[in-house]
Design a protein around this ligand. Structure first.
Ligand SMILES: O=P(O)(O)OC[C@@H](O)[C@@H](O)c1c[nH]c2ccccc12
Length: 263
């Protein structure tokens, strides 16, 4: 059986064809001016930044919290000091939608990451129209020339790009590309195995102090944040732990450790 990333990409390619045919709903009011850059807020920060994710469901975990109201959840994230909000907009596998992102944009003033499987510039336009400030590009999902062209397309539109990697070769690609924000996904998309070892292993390949590093997936406790920060991460991307918590604000605050802690 094809692995999950392969299946998602195939489905996404079909969806893009429909987007092109039918056009897509535009969000006229999305205003992304005046929102600070995630990069600037994380580079020299004393504390570990948290990108807090709105994630209803996932292929590895099934339903997480399908009935969440994204603007309410996002406001709680913002109040608790999140550096940015990630909104999963894929519908088929994650039960999200672009409208979630547009609604969140109306309620918060921190940067928003459009978390999706981007394969075509039309998705970048659509994310930007809905009010995204940051897009995700997954190295494992893209041939190198396409990765490069999407990266520059987004940057030219004034968007920040989180370039996601999972192994040494992908990290090298992200560095060669000149990515300013690199996300190390601790989750193996073929086996769903999650391990912070991945962050610890790959972070050492970054020798450029101008690169902002995010450790993604499987962050549950303060100890995980300490490990990520020790490895050199400027931030963590947290979904399930925050979505399942009854005390989201407190948990989110506790994850924003001083980067020197535990060293
Ligand atoms: O729920 P978690 O384990 O905290 O993970 C969040 C985030 O890292 C994860 O949702 C993610 C990381 N990269 C992705 C790419 C696509 C979809 C989802 C993801």
């Amino acid at each position: 059986m094809a692995d999950i990333l392969q299946r998602i990409i195939e489905k996404k390619a079909e969806e893009i064809k429909c987007l092109e045919k039918s056009g897509y709903k535009r969000y006229e009011n999305a205003n992304i001016r005046g929102v600070n850059k995630l990069y600037d807020s994380l580079l020299g920060a004393e504390k570990l930044g948290v990108i807090a994710e709105i994630k209803r469901a996932s292929p590895s975990k099934g339903d997480i919290r399908t009935e969440v109201d994204p603007p309410v959840q996002a406001k709680e994230y913002e109040r608790a000091g999140a550096a940015a909000i990630s909104v999963l907009t894929d519908t088929h596998f994650f039960k999200g939608k672009m409208e979630d992102l547009a609604r969140v944009r109306e309620e918060v003033s921190i940067p928003i990451l459009c978390k999706d499987f981007i394969l075509d510039p039309i998705q970048i336009d659509r994310a930007r129209d809905a009010g995204a400030n940051i897009i995700l590009l997954i190295v494992a999902a893209l041939e190198r020339p396409l990765l490069r062209s999407l990266f520059h397309y987004a940057e030219n539109k004034g968007l920040e790009v989180l370039v996601e990697v999972h192994d040494e070769e992908e990290m090298k690609t992200a560095l060669d590309l000149g990515a300013k924000i690199i996300g190390i996904n601790n989750r193996n998309l073929k086996t769903f195995e999650v391990s912070l070892d991945v962050t610890e292993r790959l972070a050492g390949m970054i020798h450029n102090e101008e690169v902002v590093l995010i450790s993604e997936s499987g962050i549950r406790h303060v100890e995980d944040c300490i490990r990520a920060a020790k490895a050199g991460a400027h931030g963590v991307l947290v979904g399930e732990t925050l979505m399942r918590s009854d005390d989201t604000g407190r948990v989110l605050s506790s994850l924003q450790i001083k980067k020197g802690d535990g060293r």
